[in-house]
Design a binder for this molecule. Structure first.
Ligand SMILES: *[C@@H]1O[C@H](CO)[C@@H](O)[C@H](O)[C@H]1NC(C)=O
Length: 330
Protein backbone atom coordinates (compact mmCIF):
# COMPACT_ATOMS: atom_id res chain seq x y z
CA UNK A 1 0.00 0.00 0.00
CA UNK A 2 3.08 2.19 -0.51
CA UNK A 3 1.39 4.18 -3.24
CA UNK A 4 -1.45 5.30 -0.97
CA UNK A 5 0.95 6.96 1.42
CA UNK A 6 2.64 8.69 -1.46
CA UNK A 7 -0.67 9.88 -2.82
CA UNK A 8 -1.65 11.39 0.50
CA UNK A 9 1.64 13.15 0.83
CA UNK A 10 1.37 14.55 -2.66
CA UNK A 11 -2.16 15.80 -2.01
CA UNK A 12 -1.22 17.44 1.29
CA UNK A 13 1.80 19.04 -0.28
CA UNK A 14 -0.43 20.50 -2.97
CA UNK A 15 -2.84 21.80 -0.37
CA UNK A 16 -0.10 23.50 1.55
CA UNK A 17 1.33 24.98 -1.58
CA UNK A 18 -1.96 26.48 -2.67
CA UNK A 19 -2.77 27.80 0.80
CA UNK A 20 0.61 29.39 1.25
CA UNK A 21 0.56 30.95 -2.20
CA UNK A 22 -2.80 32.47 -1.29
CA UNK A 23 -1.27 33.91 1.84
CA UNK A 24 1.56 35.38 -0.16
CA UNK A 25 -0.81 37.26 -2.44
CA UNK A 26 -2.82 38.53 0.55
CA UNK A 27 0.39 39.78 2.09
CA UNK A 28 1.24 41.63 -1.08
CA UNK A 29 -2.11 43.39 -1.02
CA UNK A 30 -1.41 44.36 2.57
CA UNK A 31 1.96 45.75 1.59
CA UNK A 32 0.61 47.91 -1.17
CA UNK A 33 -2.08 49.32 1.12
CA UNK A 34 0.61 50.02 3.65
CA UNK A 35 2.52 52.06 1.10
CA UNK A 36 -0.53 54.09 0.19
CA UNK A 37 -1.38 54.73 3.82
CA UNK A 38 -2.19 58.35 4.61
CA UNK A 39 0.06 58.13 7.66
CA UNK A 40 2.97 57.87 5.31
CA UNK A 41 5.71 55.32 5.24
CA UNK A 42 5.64 52.88 8.16
CA UNK A 43 8.99 51.51 9.35
CA UNK A 44 9.32 47.74 8.85
CA UNK A 45 11.69 45.39 10.62
CA UNK A 46 12.89 42.32 8.74
CA UNK A 47 12.74 40.17 11.89
CA UNK A 48 9.15 41.15 12.49
CA UNK A 49 8.16 40.10 8.96
CA UNK A 50 9.84 36.72 9.25
CA UNK A 51 8.09 36.17 12.56
CA UNK A 52 4.67 37.19 11.19
CA UNK A 53 5.14 34.99 8.19
CA UNK A 54 6.13 32.03 10.34
CA UNK A 55 3.04 32.50 12.49
CA UNK A 56 0.81 32.71 9.43
CA UNK A 57 2.30 29.60 7.84
CA UNK A 58 2.02 27.70 11.12
CA UNK A 59 -1.60 28.77 11.39
CA UNK A 60 -2.35 27.57 7.87
CA UNK A 61 -0.65 24.24 8.53
CA UNK A 62 -2.72 23.80 11.70
CA UNK A 63 -5.94 24.53 9.83
CA UNK A 64 -4.96 22.14 7.01
CA UNK A 65 -4.00 19.43 9.51
CA UNK A 66 -7.12 19.60 11.67
CA UNK A 67 -9.36 20.28 8.70
CA UNK A 68 -8.39 17.05 6.94
CA UNK A 69 -7.70 14.81 9.95
CA UNK A 70 -11.22 13.40 10.01
CA UNK A 71 -11.35 13.27 6.22
CA UNK A 72 -14.37 14.09 4.18
CA UNK A 73 -17.16 12.48 2.26
CA UNK A 74 -17.94 13.31 -1.34
CA UNK A 75 -20.87 12.01 -3.40
CA UNK A 76 -19.72 10.42 -6.66
CA UNK A 77 -23.31 9.73 -7.67
CA UNK A 78 -26.54 10.80 -5.99
CA UNK A 79 -29.71 8.74 -6.35
CA UNK A 80 -31.62 11.69 -7.85
CA UNK A 81 -29.09 12.31 -10.60
CA UNK A 82 -29.39 10.60 -13.97
CA UNK A 83 -25.87 9.91 -15.16
CA UNK A 84 -25.03 9.46 -18.76
CA UNK A 85 -21.49 8.58 -17.81
CA UNK A 86 -19.37 9.68 -14.88
CA UNK A 87 -15.87 8.47 -14.23
CA UNK A 88 -13.01 8.96 -11.84
CA UNK A 89 -9.52 7.73 -12.65
CA UNK A 90 -7.26 6.40 -9.92
CA UNK A 91 -3.64 5.34 -10.32
CA UNK A 92 -3.54 1.54 -10.70
CA UNK A 93 -2.03 -0.28 -7.73
CA UNK A 94 1.35 -1.81 -8.56
CA UNK A 95 0.35 -5.41 -7.82
CA UNK A 96 -2.77 -5.14 -9.95
CA UNK A 97 -0.88 -3.66 -12.87
CA UNK A 98 1.92 -6.21 -12.58
CA UNK A 99 -0.54 -9.10 -12.61
CA UNK A 100 -2.44 -7.87 -15.63
CA UNK A 101 0.76 -7.55 -17.67
CA UNK A 102 0.45 -11.29 -18.31
CA UNK A 103 -2.95 -10.84 -20.00
CA UNK A 104 -2.44 -8.91 -23.22
CA UNK A 105 -5.56 -7.10 -24.36
CA UNK A 106 -6.81 -6.96 -20.78
CA UNK A 107 -4.45 -4.31 -19.35
CA UNK A 108 -6.51 -1.24 -18.47
CA UNK A 109 -5.63 2.05 -20.12
CA UNK A 110 -6.53 3.54 -16.73
CA UNK A 111 -7.76 2.30 -13.36
CA UNK A 112 -10.63 3.75 -11.39
CA UNK A 113 -14.40 3.66 -11.57
CA UNK A 114 -17.25 4.67 -13.83
CA UNK A 115 -20.99 4.91 -13.44
CA UNK A 116 -23.84 5.02 -15.92
CA UNK A 117 -27.62 5.14 -15.69
CA UNK A 118 -28.05 4.78 -19.44
CA UNK A 119 -26.71 1.28 -19.95
CA UNK A 120 -29.52 -0.73 -18.41
CA UNK A 121 -33.12 0.45 -18.68
CA UNK A 122 -35.58 0.54 -15.81
CA UNK A 123 -37.60 -2.29 -17.36
CA UNK A 124 -34.51 -4.47 -17.79
CA UNK A 125 -33.66 -3.82 -14.14
CA UNK A 126 -37.22 -4.79 -13.22
CA UNK A 127 -36.95 -8.11 -15.04
CA UNK A 128 -33.76 -8.88 -13.13
CA UNK A 129 -35.35 -7.76 -9.87
CA UNK A 130 -38.22 -10.11 -10.52
CA UNK A 131 -35.78 -13.01 -11.14
CA UNK A 132 -34.03 -12.22 -7.85
CA UNK A 133 -37.29 -12.02 -5.91
CA UNK A 134 -38.69 -15.25 -7.36
CA UNK A 135 -35.47 -17.14 -6.69
CA UNK A 136 -34.97 -15.76 -3.20
CA UNK A 137 -38.55 -16.64 -2.27
CA UNK A 138 -37.36 -20.27 -2.27
CA UNK A 139 -34.95 -19.57 0.57
CA UNK A 140 -33.40 -16.52 2.18
CA UNK A 141 -30.89 -15.81 4.92
CA UNK A 142 -32.07 -15.30 8.48
CA UNK A 143 -29.39 -12.60 8.77
CA UNK A 144 -29.19 -9.41 6.72
CA UNK A 145 -27.73 -10.74 3.46
CA UNK A 146 -29.28 -13.17 1.01
CA UNK A 147 -27.44 -14.13 -2.16
CA UNK A 148 -28.63 -15.96 -5.26
CA UNK A 149 -26.10 -17.20 -7.79
CA UNK A 150 -27.85 -18.30 -10.98
CA UNK A 151 -24.62 -19.88 -12.26
CA UNK A 152 -23.95 -22.32 -9.44
CA UNK A 153 -27.52 -22.27 -8.13
CA UNK A 154 -26.34 -21.21 -4.65
CA UNK A 155 -29.08 -19.57 -2.58
CA UNK A 156 -28.84 -18.51 1.08
CA UNK A 157 -31.22 -20.44 3.23
CA UNK A 158 -31.30 -19.91 6.98
CA UNK A 159 -27.64 -19.96 7.99
CA UNK A 160 -26.52 -22.05 4.99
CA UNK A 161 -26.81 -22.34 1.23
CA UNK A 162 -28.89 -24.64 -0.92
CA UNK A 163 -28.75 -25.35 -4.64
CA UNK A 164 -31.95 -23.93 -6.14
CA UNK A 165 -31.64 -26.18 -9.16
CA UNK A 166 -32.09 -29.17 -6.86
CA UNK A 167 -35.24 -27.76 -5.28
CA UNK A 168 -38.39 -29.07 -6.87
CA UNK A 169 -40.10 -25.67 -6.80
CA UNK A 170 -37.27 -24.06 -8.78
CA UNK A 171 -38.39 -25.69 -12.00
CA UNK A 172 -41.52 -23.55 -12.13
CA UNK A 173 -39.85 -20.37 -10.98
CA UNK A 174 -37.64 -19.37 -13.92
CA UNK A 175 -38.42 -18.99 -17.60
CA UNK A 176 -36.03 -19.28 -20.50
CA UNK A 177 -36.44 -15.56 -21.23
CA UNK A 178 -35.13 -14.74 -17.73
CA UNK A 179 -31.79 -16.21 -18.73
CA UNK A 180 -31.85 -14.40 -22.06
CA UNK A 181 -32.33 -11.06 -20.26
CA UNK A 182 -29.58 -11.88 -17.83
CA UNK A 183 -27.16 -12.56 -20.66
CA UNK A 184 -28.12 -9.42 -22.61
CA UNK A 185 -27.48 -7.24 -19.55
CA UNK A 186 -24.21 -9.01 -18.76
CA UNK A 187 -22.98 -8.45 -22.32
CA UNK A 188 -23.83 -4.74 -22.19
CA UNK A 189 -21.87 -4.35 -18.96
CA UNK A 190 -18.96 -6.34 -20.40
CA UNK A 191 -18.79 -4.03 -23.42
CA UNK A 192 -19.05 -0.93 -21.23
CA UNK A 193 -16.16 -2.09 -19.04
CA UNK A 194 -14.09 -2.91 -22.11
CA UNK A 195 -14.82 0.49 -23.61
CA UNK A 196 -14.21 2.53 -20.47
CA UNK A 197 -11.00 0.82 -19.40
CA UNK A 198 -9.72 0.39 -22.94
CA UNK A 199 -9.53 -3.40 -23.12
CA UNK A 200 -10.86 -5.88 -25.64
CA UNK A 201 -14.35 -7.19 -24.75
CA UNK A 202 -13.36 -10.73 -25.76
CA UNK A 203 -10.45 -10.66 -23.30
CA UNK A 204 -12.93 -10.34 -20.42
CA UNK A 205 -14.53 -13.48 -19.04
CA UNK A 206 -17.43 -13.67 -16.67
CA UNK A 207 -16.19 -15.15 -13.39
CA UNK A 208 -17.39 -16.58 -10.08
CA UNK A 209 -19.07 -15.30 -8.00
CA UNK A 210 -21.60 -13.36 -10.07
CA UNK A 211 -24.76 -13.07 -7.98
CA UNK A 212 -27.86 -11.22 -6.84
CA UNK A 213 -27.84 -9.78 -3.34
CA UNK A 214 -30.64 -8.71 -1.05
CA UNK A 215 -29.60 -6.67 1.98
CA UNK A 216 -31.76 -5.73 4.96
CA UNK A 217 -31.26 -4.27 8.41
CA UNK A 218 -31.66 -7.71 10.08
CA UNK A 219 -28.81 -8.47 12.49
CA UNK A 220 -26.08 -10.71 11.05
CA UNK A 221 -26.17 -14.37 12.07
CA UNK A 222 -23.14 -15.61 10.10
CA UNK A 223 -20.06 -14.02 8.50
CA UNK A 224 -21.86 -14.20 5.14
CA UNK A 225 -24.32 -11.64 6.49
CA UNK A 226 -21.56 -9.11 7.28
CA UNK A 227 -21.37 -7.22 4.03
CA UNK A 228 -20.25 -3.88 5.49
CA UNK A 229 -16.53 -4.57 6.04
CA UNK A 230 -14.10 -2.55 3.90
CA UNK A 231 -12.36 -4.83 1.40
CA UNK A 232 -10.55 -5.10 -1.92
CA UNK A 233 -12.26 -7.42 -4.39
CA UNK A 234 -8.99 -8.83 -5.75
CA UNK A 235 -8.08 -9.93 -2.22
CA UNK A 236 -11.49 -11.42 -1.46
CA UNK A 237 -11.78 -13.19 -4.82
CA UNK A 238 -8.49 -13.91 -6.52
CA UNK A 239 -10.01 -14.26 -9.99
CA UNK A 240 -11.57 -10.76 -10.11
CA UNK A 241 -10.06 -8.13 -12.40
CA UNK A 242 -13.06 -5.93 -13.11
CA UNK A 243 -16.07 -5.66 -10.81
CA UNK A 244 -19.46 -4.25 -11.69
CA UNK A 245 -22.64 -3.66 -9.77
CA UNK A 246 -26.09 -3.21 -11.19
CA UNK A 247 -28.53 -1.68 -8.72
CA UNK A 248 -32.07 -2.98 -8.78
CA UNK A 249 -33.60 -0.68 -6.17
CA UNK A 250 -33.39 2.94 -5.06
CA UNK A 251 -31.50 4.44 -2.15
CA UNK A 252 -33.75 6.68 -0.06
CA UNK A 253 -36.92 5.17 -1.47
CA UNK A 254 -36.68 1.38 -1.20
CA UNK A 255 -34.14 1.46 1.63
CA UNK A 256 -32.12 3.75 3.90
CA UNK A 257 -28.37 3.33 4.43
CA UNK A 258 -26.74 0.87 2.04
CA UNK A 259 -24.69 3.35 0.03
CA UNK A 260 -21.58 2.07 -1.72
CA UNK A 261 -18.42 3.76 -0.42
CA UNK A 262 -14.92 3.95 -1.92
CA UNK A 263 -12.32 4.64 0.78
CA UNK A 264 -9.65 6.69 -0.97
CA UNK A 265 -6.04 7.44 -0.13
CA UNK A 266 -6.68 11.19 -0.06
CA UNK A 267 -8.60 10.72 3.18
CA UNK A 268 -11.88 10.98 1.32
CA UNK A 269 -14.80 8.57 1.19
CA UNK A 270 -16.62 8.70 -2.12
CA UNK A 271 -20.17 7.45 -2.11
CA UNK A 272 -22.39 5.98 -4.80
CA UNK A 273 -26.09 6.04 -4.01
CA UNK A 274 -27.86 3.07 -5.57
CA UNK A 275 -30.42 3.90 -8.24
CA UNK A 276 -32.45 1.33 -10.17
CA UNK A 277 -30.62 0.49 -13.39
CA UNK A 278 -27.39 2.24 -12.33
CA UNK A 279 -24.21 0.38 -13.22
CA UNK A 280 -21.02 1.02 -11.28
CA UNK A 281 -17.87 -0.58 -12.68
CA UNK A 282 -14.35 -0.50 -11.32
CA UNK A 283 -10.97 -2.17 -11.42
CA UNK A 284 -10.76 -4.83 -8.70
CA UNK A 285 -7.28 -3.95 -7.36
CA UNK A 286 -6.34 -2.16 -4.14
CA UNK A 287 -6.93 1.22 -5.81
CA UNK A 288 -10.59 0.50 -5.11
CA UNK A 289 -10.93 -0.27 -1.40
CA UNK A 290 -14.65 -0.12 -0.63
CA UNK A 291 -17.55 -1.23 1.51
CA UNK A 292 -21.33 -1.12 1.58
CA UNK A 293 -22.92 0.80 4.44
CA UNK A 294 -25.28 -1.14 6.67
CA UNK A 295 -28.84 -0.93 5.47
CA UNK A 296 -30.86 0.90 8.13
CA UNK A 297 -34.33 0.00 6.84
CA UNK A 298 -36.03 -1.43 3.77
CA UNK A 299 -34.55 -3.87 1.24
CA UNK A 300 -31.68 -3.29 -1.15
CA UNK A 301 -31.32 -5.44 -4.27
CA UNK A 302 -28.27 -5.51 -6.55
CA UNK A 303 -26.51 -7.75 -9.04
CA UNK A 304 -22.73 -8.18 -8.86
CA UNK A 305 -21.23 -9.06 -12.25
CA UNK A 306 -17.55 -9.97 -12.10
CA UNK A 307 -14.98 -10.33 -14.85
CA UNK A 308 -11.56 -11.92 -15.04
CA UNK A 309 -8.83 -11.72 -17.66
CA UNK A 310 -7.76 -15.26 -16.86
CA UNK A 311 -9.60 -17.76 -19.00
CA UNK A 312 -9.08 -20.54 -16.49
CA UNK A 313 -11.49 -18.76 -14.11
CA UNK A 314 -14.15 -18.18 -16.77
CA UNK A 315 -17.71 -19.32 -16.09
CA UNK A 316 -20.54 -19.85 -18.57
CA UNK A 317 -23.74 -17.88 -18.79
CA UNK A 318 -26.40 -19.55 -16.68
CA UNK A 319 -29.00 -21.67 -18.44
CA UNK A 320 -32.31 -23.05 -17.37
CA UNK A 321 -31.69 -26.66 -16.41
CA UNK A 322 -33.80 -28.81 -18.68
CA UNK A 323 -36.62 -30.73 -17.06
CA UNK A 324 -39.76 -32.27 -18.52
CA UNK A 325 -41.88 -29.43 -17.11
CA UNK A 326 -39.70 -26.74 -18.65
CA UNK A 327 -39.61 -28.42 -22.03
CA UNK A 328 -43.41 -28.26 -22.09
CA UNK A 329 -43.44 -24.54 -21.21
CA UNK A 330 -41.11 -23.58 -24.02
C1 LIG B 1 -14.57 6.27 5.59
O1 LIG B 1 -15.21 5.09 5.94
C2 LIG B 1 -14.48 4.31 6.85
C3 LIG B 1 -15.22 3.02 7.05
O2 LIG B 1 -16.51 3.25 7.56
C4 LIG B 1 -14.32 5.06 8.15
O3 LIG B 1 -13.58 4.29 9.06
C5 LIG B 1 -13.60 6.35 7.86
O4 LIG B 1 -13.51 7.12 9.02
C6 LIG B 1 -14.30 7.14 6.79
N1 LIG B 1 -13.46 8.22 6.39
C7 LIG B 1 -13.91 9.41 6.11
C8 LIG B 1 -12.89 10.30 5.52
O5 LIG B 1 -15.08 9.76 6.29
Amino acid sequence: MEYRGKQIKRKDANNEKSKSSKITSEEKEGESKEKESKYGHMPTFPYQRVFTRAILILGVLTVVYFGTKDGREVALAKQKEVLHHRAQDITCSDDYKAELESFPGCVPRRCGRAMSDKLVSGSEADVLLSIAKRGMALGGSQGGATILDLHSGALSQGKNFVNIYRLNDAKDVFKKTDFTFYKVVKTKIQNAIAHHFGVQPQSLYLTHPTFFSRLTAAPALTVHDEYWHPHIDKETYESFHYTSLLYLSDYGRDFQGGRFVFIDGDNTNRTVEPRKGRVCMFTSGSENLHYVERVMSGTRYALTVSFTCDQKYAIDDPTLPSSPQNEQKQ
